[in-house]
Design a protein around this ligand. Structure first.
Ligand code: GDP
Ligand code: MG
Length: 318
């Protein structure tokens, strides 16, 4: 059996360092083309950073306010940094927000859609490879660096998986990709374009997805570990009843009751993205921005250890 002697001490040290340095949260969005990933990234930051073809729009207008700014009283970093990867496909940018004097940098990594080809064997590989590379790179640096030298953490802490709002269920390819992802990263599924479902359809679909995930034994975030206290266990239970979040994204503002809000006009109604009665975007945003540099870091650290072990095992078996 594995034992983590002194892990609490390590965790405390990590927490202390992170509090001093600020906290960085790296989120990746994954899903088929056209499900609104880039739009969701832009909605989260409420600014036109990436156009629908996946190009970074750095010359775009400087946003007056952002959704995060409004709720967290902070200023986004501008212009956002661009990270071109070797594959030339994945781009990343960051926003620094300050909350309770703790610096939180939210990085979102946008990925191109998968499953567009006739043969989709291994279509998830560039994504899982990227995730593993960040883990093994971090581990390598950690093993060679002097203890107190800062190591930039580019590990993917959370992966939002976009589900097609068909109302039926997951496709076999979705199951495969979900399984592959859940082996290396914390996966949080979301129902894309939830405005295409009625509220009843949405609830049914959510239940169906939860049942399918369970049936296929796909392990999703949040996990219960022995370190969690009762309150955290309850919070996790509640989160599990809410997941997958049914979200709507938009790059446009609509006017509702004389107020300009981020939304979409459908055949039936005008949707305010930030209205909890319309969709669960706010839950998702709160979920992402409330990852405090406390216990959640510990669980991320445990998960990272686990993932680095996976990477190592794979390398030694190769
Ligand atoms: P990606 O390929 O996953 O990055 O998808 P995009 O963000 O480029 O969006 C593809 C299309 O879907 C665009 O025309 C968007 O305007 C539209 N779209 C994005 N989010 C939503 C949504 O929540 N609801 C609806 N109805 N359309 C959306
Ligand atoms: Mg895109």
């Amino acid at each position: 059996a594995q034992s983590y002697v002194g892990f609490d001490t390590i965790t405390k040290q990590i927490e202390h360092k992170l509090l001093k340095r600020g906290f960085r949260f790296n989120v990746m969005v994954v899903g088929q083309t056209g499900l609104g990933k880039s739009t969701m990234v832009n909605t989260l930051f409420a600014s036109h950073l990436i156009d629908s073809k996946g190009r970074l729009d750095v010359d775009g207008p400087i946003p007056q306010t952002t959704a995060i700014e409004e709720t967290q009283h902070s200023k986004p970093q501008w212009p956002p940094k661009r990270l071109e990867l070797d594959s030339g496909l994945i781009i990343a940018f960051r926003v620094a927000i300050v909350e309770n004097a703790v610096k939180l940098k939210l990085n979102i990594i946008d990925t191109p859609g998968y499953g567009d080809l006739l043969n989709n064997d291994g279509c998830w590989e560039p994504i899982t490879r990227y995730i593993k590379d960040q883990y093994s790179g971090y581990l390598r640096k950690e093993l060679t660096a002097q203890r107190d030298r800062h190591i930039a953490d580019t590990r993917v802490h959370c992966c939002l998986f976009f589900i097609n709002p068909t109302g039926h269920g997951l496709k076999p390819l979705d199951i495969t990709v979900l399984r592959k992802l859940s082996e290396v990263v914390n996966v949080v599924p979301v129902i894309a374009k939830a405005d295409s479902l009625t509220l009843e359809e949405r609830e049914l679909f959510k239940e169906r997805i939860r049942a399918e995930l369970q049936q296929h034994a796909i392990k999703l975030y949040p996990f219960d570990t022995e370190e969690l206290d009762e309150e955290e266990v309850r919070l996790n239970e509640r989160l599990r009843t809410m997941i997958p979040f049914a979200v709507v994204g938009s790059e446009k503002t609509v006017v509702i009751d004389g107020k300009a809000v981020r939304g979409r006009k459908t055949r039936w109604a005008t949707i305010n993205v930030e209205d909890e009665r319309h969709c669960e975007f706010v839950y998702l945003r709160n979920f992402l921005t409330s990852c405090r540099p406390t216990r959640s870091v510990a669980s991320i650290a445990v998960r990272s250890l686990h993932a680095s072990r996976l990477v190592r095992d794979e390398q030694t078996s190769a």
